[in-house]
Design a protein around this ligand. Structure first.
Ligand code: SF4
Length: 559
């Protein structure tokens, strides 16, 4: 497929315009967007994704719009291709003739593949934000807010036994495509009994010796396959399959060999499952069909998949537009995304002056780096003190100690002065923390010991963690601002992002990913963010005000 020569974008054909205006006398989002923002995309925006030679491709500006409309309405590729053929409002938006036959649904999949292969997914959102900026709907250095939600992977949850067996089955299926004769010679008949069907469809013994024997057999089968692939006569195509890499990772984590051969090589020997607390190296994979999905428990929610962080503008007198979608594996904590989100916003020239976030995104380090690197005032409560002292009535928290940084001394509520003052770094890249160490002799006989320290080491006193001065001052300033009426009023605007997340989940299908893999899931999230923006821009131009928060009829009685 090629993209030359680039055709000028045609106007909406007269017949299409006449029928569309007659059908939608009160307006329609597609008509409003086309009339107010034009085509949003041009072929030139995607020219670098296509080779110079080959059959002419379907216009990418139309495919970009169809992709966004598809996510706006939650359509499959087939339904979207049918809508291009059948819907008058889509034909108006795409400037198509009434008799236009559209395209085959596979064109949409191929277009997404080009975006992913060329790292061009962000263009779907960027052009809408550019258009919004040109129309004055998005302000530079404005106010923004961020929140996240969990996204379920498109895989079945597997227990440990199902995971290992299904991983081996997936590898066998992939080898059967690239090296069928080699596999036919290698695989004994009982492999077909064990791996022909999906593992969850088989009756696997749940407990006892039969289960142990089954697990050991699966482990031995996996090692046998890996050993055969490591030999010089193994087909290179099979050894290079991603499914074999996955098999290797899963086996290294869950199995160990039982060396029963004289030469001690362990080859063709048995295998046993590693104990749960002694699992091997590497990340915990949840399924061979999506190796980037991760398991997480957060508050009362457990899931396997990803997290998506949406950042939206919230300036008065303008629509709320999603300016960034950040997709990460589920096990990446929110605190680790504050800096990457700020860097991404700065790269788009969209860094806000004020960024409203909940406590998960805020630390003293974030407050300082957001301000010094991007001029962003991070607004949110600092993470709560999780020490046992802060949850125990009458216990001594850090706030009960007096710290003199110049003298490098701390004084406890019992009047004892610290004897040691040192710095340590818990994680690479983290700033040094100061520790003030109290004498063991002072703490051992202290009447308040049970309120102060739980150390079991008799020759160790309380160790007090002290923030660096600038971090302490930044946190203190943030907390002081949060206590003022003005600060509370500002922070109250953060909760608006929760309605955006709710809209994305309920109206745009954000909760369940359509695709497997982080990159494709990220594409879905960027396209969903762009689709939400299209809706909001159309509503803004159509004079539809932002809906107030709904209150139940019963709750309204109290008001
Ligand atoms: S336990 Fe040690 S640090 Fe704590 S109050 Fe007593 S003397 Fe002070």
């Amino acid at each position: 497929m090629s993209l030359c020569p680039q055709q000028p974008i045609p106007p909406v054909p007269d017949d299409t315009a006449r029928v569309a205006r007659a059908a939608f006398r009160r307006g329609n989002a597609c008509l409003i967007l086309r009339d107010r923002l034009g085509t949003l995309f041009t072929d030139a925006d995607f020219a670098d994704l296509y080779p110079r030679r080959g059959q002419p491709a379907y216009a990418p500006w139309r495919l970009a719009l169809v992709t966004l409309m598809q996510f706006r309405e939650g359509l499959s590729d087939q339904q979207a291709a049918d809508a291009v053929r059948a819907r008058i409002d889509w034909k108006y938006l795409l400037a198509l003739d009434l008799a236009d036959p559209g395209f085959d649904r596979s064109v949409l999949c191929e277009f997404r593949g080009r975006l992913l292969d060329n790292d061009a997914v962000s263009r779907l959102l960027a052009r809408i934000l550019d258009a919004a900026r040109e129309d004055g709907l998005l302000k530079a250095r404005g106010r923004q807010r961020t929140d996240s939600t969990h996204v379920l992977a498109a895989i079945r949850s597997l227990n440990r036994l199902e995971l290992v067996a299904e991983t081996l089955r997936a590898a066998l299926n992939d080898i059967a495509v690239v090296a069928p004769n080699w596999l036919r010679l290698l695989a004994p008949p009982d492999w077909h009994e064990r791996y022909d069907q999906r593992i969850e469809e088989r009756r696997i013994p749940e407990v006892g010796p039969k289960r142990d024997a089954y697990v050991a057999q699966v482990g031995a089968d996996g090692f046998r396959l890996l050993d055969a692939l490591a030999r010089s006569d193994a087909p290179p195509d099979a050894a290079a399959l991603p499914a074999i890499g996955t098999l290797r990772r899963v086996w290294a984590r869950h199995f160990e060999r039982i060396e029963d051969r004289q030469d001690g090589s362990g080859q063709d020997g048995g295998a046993r499952l590693r104990p749960v607390r002694g699992r091997g190296p590497g990340d915990r994979l949840e399924s061979p069909y999506d190796t980037e999905a991760r398991f997480r428990t957060k508050a009362n929610t457990t899931w396997t998949g990803t997290m998506v962080h949406f950042t939206e503008s919230c300036d008065p007198g303008a629509p709320r537009l999603v300016v960034h979608a950040d997709t990460v594996p589920a096990n990446v904590h929110d605190a680790l995304r504050t800096a990457p989100i700020h860097a991404a916003l700065a790269a788009k020239n969209l860094a806000p002056s004020e960024h409203l976030v909940d406590s998960a995104y805020v630390s003293a380090d974030h407050l300082i780096s957001a301000h010094t690197q991007h001029g962003i005032a991070l607004v949110g409560p600092g993470r709560p003190d999780l020490s046992w002292q802060s949850h125990t009535e009458g216990a001594f928290t850090a706030a009960d100690f007096t710290v003199n940084r110049d003298r490098q001394k701390a004084r406890c509520p019992e009047g004892k002065e610290s004897a040691g003052w040192y710095k340590d770094v818990k994680r690479p890249g983290q700033r040094a923390r100061v520790r003030a160490q109290f004498r063991a002799a002072d703490c051992r006989n202290c009447a308040s010991r049970s309120r102060c320290t739980r150390t079991q080491t008799p020759n160790q006193g309380r160790v007090l963690a002290i923030l660096p001065r600038d971090e302490h001052d930044a946190l203190a300033a943030a907390r002081a601002r949060g206590r003022t009426a003005e600060g509370r009023q500002l922070y109250a605007q953060r909760q608006g992002i929760e309605s955006t997340m709710s809209q994305a989940v309920r109206a745009f299908g954000l909760r369940q990913t359509r695709y497997r893999g982080l990159a494709k899931t990220g594409l879905q999230h960027v396209a969903t963010a762009a689709a939400i923006n299209l809706n909001r821009i159309a509503a803004w131009f159509g004079g539809r005000p932002i809906a107030p928060t709904r209150v139940s009829r019963f709750a309204a009685l109290a008001a």
